[in-house]
Write a protein that binds this ligand. Sequence first.
Ligand code: 13P
Ligand code: ZN
Length: 295
Amino acid sequence: MGIMDEIKKAGKGISRALKDITSAPFVQEMCKTTANMYRLGWDERNGGNISYMLDEKEVGEYLDLKKVIRTIPFMGVNAADFDAKPLAGKLFIVTGTGKYFKNVQDDPEANLGIVRIAQDGKSAELLWGYKDGGRTTSEFPAHMMSHMARLKVDPENRVVMHCHPTYTLAMNYVHELDEKKFTHTLWEMCTECIVVFPDGIGILPWMLCGTNEIGVATAKKMEEFRLVVWAMHGIYGAGKDMDETFGLIETVEKAAQIYMLTAHLPRKNTITDEGMVQLAELFKVNYRKDFLNLK
Ligand code: 13P
Ligand code: ZN
């Protein structure tokens, strides 16, 4: 036997030690983000869900990627209409359906799961988590369709986040649900708004959640917007990492809060459209010019 064969033979006996998954940065990020969202009042009870696309090599340091615990069929979809094949083989860490954001930090293994989209694009293979028999969020089809839509526009997109932020929701009841008018009102509420979400906000009318239809409609809006309001329900955000996605929703919610604190009072001052153009040009963002009322 040559020296190379001997090295290979010896190597086979060595199994690489896996690191503790609960210490993984992506698990920690999910814990911290869900806790923050809960404390901000965006995720009462089981409200809200997050899916975060992971790097296979990084996850491989913590999990044996060949070990599938069980297969989880997608809920709420008609298998014939739904196809997540473009995401086949991709790994996601996802909040569980019915799980409370306030509990994620104390027990990530029960409230979160790491799944791989199966080759047929119709189910998810569980690699870790949902330890009490849980499954992916009921909004998983909408998340997967949104990931597919955003990846076409931005190959760096990794996160889709849904929640029920209080003031954004309140605003749904008293403001016209027109994308231009809604975005414009929010842009007027904080100087930073047009810089943070220059692409504006897409709006869907009230629809039944957890279905294929709302997933298709959300994904269609996501081709154009990183933020989509589900009227009288909540908001979807998408971004390249947790901070960007959280920051988008946080900025909308702050602007909606200022709107709700002032909407019933006589308006004395405002940020002008010309001022917004100056901001967008200074920060070099590609903004929706058709959402302004320029002379
Ligand atoms: P899940 O508990 O299934 O994630 O649903 C929460 C939610 O916000 C539905 O829109
Ligand atoms: Zn919801």
